[in-house]
Ligand binder design. Structure first.
Ligand code: MZP
Length: 502
């Protein structure tokens, strides 16, 4: 007879946290959200810790280079999707590694002979009013001067004249040399009261521009996830089919964190893939994998495949229909509780801590909070990030509301057959495990994260915790009845329509 688990599959919305004593020190400013991303021995430090416990899923509609840059700047990481040719994925990794906060490659460039009229046409396309003048009109040509909207008068000037008649010539422009730090560049900006200065090579070629406003933005990102050379950490999804070609190319491009992207990771293929990377690249590279939904799957991946972190979750994703299609999966809360128990057991037996990631199906901030309280070290999300400006899909208006497209990797649109067929050498999908959908556009990543992280920190203070480790150790959770679920919403009041003027 089949083994039947006694308890039903439970989800995060069935639980609430009971507050613990909040001491005076428990204020949100004192909370640290640092969390391990890689395995470590008792008494030692992990190779890498996230500064916020959020990662973005390896999905076409979620993690491109913009998400990679934006989330790393906030302290998390996005796994650049692997359901694309190796050269496209490596180009995204390179873009993340080459990103230098505050140093911007100029996108509004013209040669000195260009008419002012044509230069302004370009400004209307890029929406950037600072024009770099280079000998060949390229972003990296010999720097000849700069033109801003203060250099001409709309009504007075003859727009058919060349920009060389209006620009501030190179010899009169304050500039800095390549290699200067952002702080030094900004000192020059402040000293000469400029809005922008060019960064030039020793031969006078344009490298980048530094804007005053970007320095302010950079100062707002104290939690950036950076490597030893202060470059953003770049992470990538991989599969168990072409890793022998894909991983070397990604490492060459600068990726240092990988996740094996598979719907069911309790497999020999994951072990083979992870051990191959370890053998060829040693311990410096971080390799996560999954997904599993029970303790035995975790132990296999931690102990046999030597993974750095293990992702938990099958069938709970917002775009996922695996449970309907194949009858496989588990309620996310039950899966997390089971795996976390095994992680702690493994730690007490071996002294090795292997972080656990709760992946998929988190439908609101409360569920993120409960997942972390139950012991997930960090979460991975798709829908949440797909809604932000930084996801790769354009905004679209439907019935006056703004949406972004979001589709599963198991949908016919993504055709990521490698994620679902670890052992099968075939490019074909016989049935879908994901859907093609839309999510509401929610604004910039930093705005959306700010709200979620503020709620998480506030709950941690209610729970008497200043770190995520304390949060789990202190957490007391209660299961709620259907009636108390109703009680959790507003009760016996007339809710005012948002349009009513009060
Ligand atoms: P969510 O945050 O949108 O609820 O879920 C994202 C997670 O769903 C991903 O990290 C991945 O584990 C999983 N996923 C991605 N594609 C599919 C699918 O097509 C899927 N079924 O389940």
């Amino acid at each position: 007879m089949a083994a039947i688990i006694d308890d039903v599959s439970r989800t995060f919305s069935e639980y609430l946290l009971i507050p613990r004593l909040s001491e005076k020190k428990h204020i949100t400013n004192n909370v640290s959200l640092k969390t391990p991303l890689s395995r470590f021995k008792k008494g030692e430090k992990p190779k890498l810790s996230l500064n916020i416990p959020f990662t973005a899923a390896s999905m076409q509609a979620v993690s491109g280079e913009n998400m990679g840059i934006a989330l790393a700047r906030e302290g998390g990481t996005a796994f650049i999707f692997c359901s694309q040719p190796i050269e496209n994925q490596t180009a995204m990794i390179k873009a993340i590694k080459n990103f230098k906060a505050g140093f911007v490659r100029s996108d509004t460039n013209v040669s000195p002979q260009t008419s002012l009229k044509d230069a302004l046409k370009l400004v209307s396309q890029t929406n950037h009013s600072t024009i770099a003048i280079t000998d060949n009109g390229e972003y990296n040509g010999k720097f000849l001067g700069i033109l801003t909207d203060k250099d001409y008068w709309e009504k007075e000037d003859d727009f058919s004249k060349p920009v060389s008649d209006f620009m501030t010539p190179a010899q009169n422009v304050y500039s800095v040399k390549v290699g200067v730090s952002l702080n030094e560049a900004n000192k020059t900006i402040r000293q000469y009261r400029k809005d922008c200065i060019p960064v030039l090579t020793n031969d006078g070629y344009l490298d980048s521009l530094v804007f005053r406003k970007d320095f302010i933005a950079h100062s707002d990102n104290p939690h950036e996830l950076v490597d030893d050379e202060k470059r953003l950490v770049a992470s990538a999804g991989i599969n168990t089919h072409d890793y022998k070609e894909r991983v070397p190319a990604l490492i060459e491009a600068g990726a240092t964190v990988f996740t094996i992207d598979s719907s069911d990771g309790y497999s020999e293929y994951q072990k083979e893939c992870a051990l191959w990377i370890r053998k060829n690249y040693g311990d410096k590279i971080i390799i996560g994998g999954g997904n599993v939904v029970a303790g035995d799957g975790f132990r296999y991946l931690a102990n046999e495949a030597l993974l750095d972190f293990v992702k938990v979750g099958i069938g709970g994703g917002s775009i996922c229909i695996t449970r309907e299609q194949k009858g496989i999966g588990r309620g996310q809360a039950s899966a997390i509780m089971d795996v976390v128990k095994e992680r702690d057991k493994y730690f007490s037996e071996t002294g090795i801590y292997v972080p656990v990631c709760s992946d998929g199906g988190l439908v609101n901030d409360t569920q993120i909070i409960i997942a972390l309280a139950m012991g997930a070290d960090f979460v991975m999300m798709g829908r949440y990030f797909a809604m932000t400006d930084e996801s790769p899909t354009p905004k679209i208006s439907i019935n006056g509301q703004r949406y972004k497209a979001y589709w599963g990797e198991g949908s016919n649109r993504a055709r990521n057959w490698q994620r679902y067929n670890e052992g099968v050498i075939s490019g074909a999908m016989k049935f879908e495990e994901g859907v093609d959908a839309y999510v509401p556009a929610a604004g910039s990543l930093s705005e959306v994260l700010d709200i979620s992280l503020s709620k998480l920190k506030a709950t941690m203070c209610n729970n008497g915790s200043l770190t995520l480790k304390e949060f789990t150790e202190n957490a007391v959770l209660t299961r709620i009845s259907e009636q108390s679920f109703v009680e959790s919403g507003t009760g016996n009041v007339v809710k005012l329509n948002a349009n009513v003027n009060v």
